[in-house]
Design a protein around this ligand. Structure first.
Ligand code: NDP
Length: 316
């Protein structure tokens, strides 16, 4: 077991975590960042990022996170691999255990930037075909479905982005949308609707999935509960979930106040949580905006909040 201590521990390595790392390093807080189960966060599985200012030609998600990491490294941020498995926020300094206690870190302040993870429909078949046709990441798994038919579930920006991405690989892309409209931005809606390889199935829900060993199709119902209700099958070998995200807060249990959806509750316009000295930034505390740029902005705010907290409470 190894032990470390720091003025500021950052948990998570998406735009919020790295930005907090850049600011707290430059403020001489000698921060430590734990990079979590998916270093780089959700942007690692994103293709093109076209709306992050400073990249006029757009940038791939992984490249952008590489840039964030390199910038944080330049200011001396100590970045450790591992997953936080236990926290004790009942007294300061706070204690955080990594990888079941193989590493223990004590910290005067903590910035939680653990992000959010893809949601599933909750059908038993999703687990059955996970890795055998079911996926929540088109950019990770789309490659396996070249020239094969696939479906994307959801009608938001993520679903449209994934459908658009998959249309360059798959033979056909169905979008399964439970309402009679897409929730995505007008720009993404147009891209999807104008793409001849994408067929949007509005008012449609998934009943079950089928296939011998790997996925062969989905059993769907349209206009459920109305006089026009009808059931039908589509032949698909890939089934991609893009129905939003759940915050990664399980490890914090009762240590901190969460809302009914599990997002961390922050106070007013600050990043302060229910525990003095613990701050939250990025998607883990943001059910609304969930953008790389807003996550990075809140990482900056959390770093400034932590710095002020140390100044007020630790006298340096
Ligand atoms: P959203 O919450 O925006 O959309 C989720 C979609 O999934 C909705 O169409 C929703 O349907 C549907 N859905 C949810 N639960 C179910 C279910 N049980 N069964 C069937 N369908 C379901 O999530 P996103 O991940 O798309 O986006 C999150 C945020 O990130 C948004 O603010 C989005 O704008 C942003 N984003 C921006 C991007 C960009 O600008 N490049 C790229 C990706 C995301 P319903 O509408 O009926 O609720």
């Amino acid at each position: 077991m190894s032990e470390l201590s720091t003025k500021c521990l950052i948990i998570g390595s998406g735009p919020a975590g790295y930005t907090a790392g850049i600011y707290t390093s430059r403020a001489n807080l000698s921060p430590i960042l734990i990079d979590g189960s998916q270093p780089g966060g959700q942007l690692i599985t994103t293709t093109d990022v076209e709306n992050f200012p400073g990249y006029p030609e757009g940038v791939s998600g992984p490249k952008m996170m590489e840039d964030f990491r390199a910038q944080a490294a330049r200011f001396g941020l100590l970045m450790l691999s591992g997953e936080v498995t236990e926290v004790d926020f009942s007294k300061r300094p706070f204690t955080v255990k990594v990888n079941g206690g193989s590493q223990v870190i004590t910290a005067d302040t903590v910035i939680i930037a653990t992000g959010a993870a893809a949601r599933y429909l909750g059908l038993p078949d999703e687990q059955k075909y996970l890795g055998m046709g079911v996926s929540a990441c088109a950019t990770c798994d789309g490659f396996f479905f070249r020239n094969r038919p696939v479906a994307v579930v959801g009608g938001g920006d993520t679903a449209c982005e994934e459908a658009e991405y998959l249309s360059h690989l798959a033979s056909k892309v169905y979008m399964i949308v439970r309402k009679d409209y897409l929730r995505a931005s007008k720009y993404m809606q147009a891209k999807v609707m104008d793409n001849p390889k994408i067929e949007v199935l509005f008012n449609t829900q998934t009943v079950s999935l089928f296939g011998e060993e790997t996925l062969e199709g989905a059993h769907l119902v349209s206009h459920k509960g109305t006089e026009n209700e009808s059931e039908f099958d589509i032949a698909v070998e890939g089934f991609f979930l893009a129905i939003g995200h759940s915050p990664n807060t399980a490890v914090f249990g009762d240590a901190i106040e969460l809302d009914e959806q599990g997002y961390i509750v922050t106070r007013g316009k600050s990043t302060a949580t229910s525990v003095d000295g613990v701050f939250a930034a990025g998607d883990v505390a943001d059910p609304v905006y969930q953008q790389a740029i807003s996550a990075a902005g809140s990482g900056c705010r959390a770093a400034l909040d932590a710095e002020r907290f140390i100044m007020m409470n630790m006298g340096d």
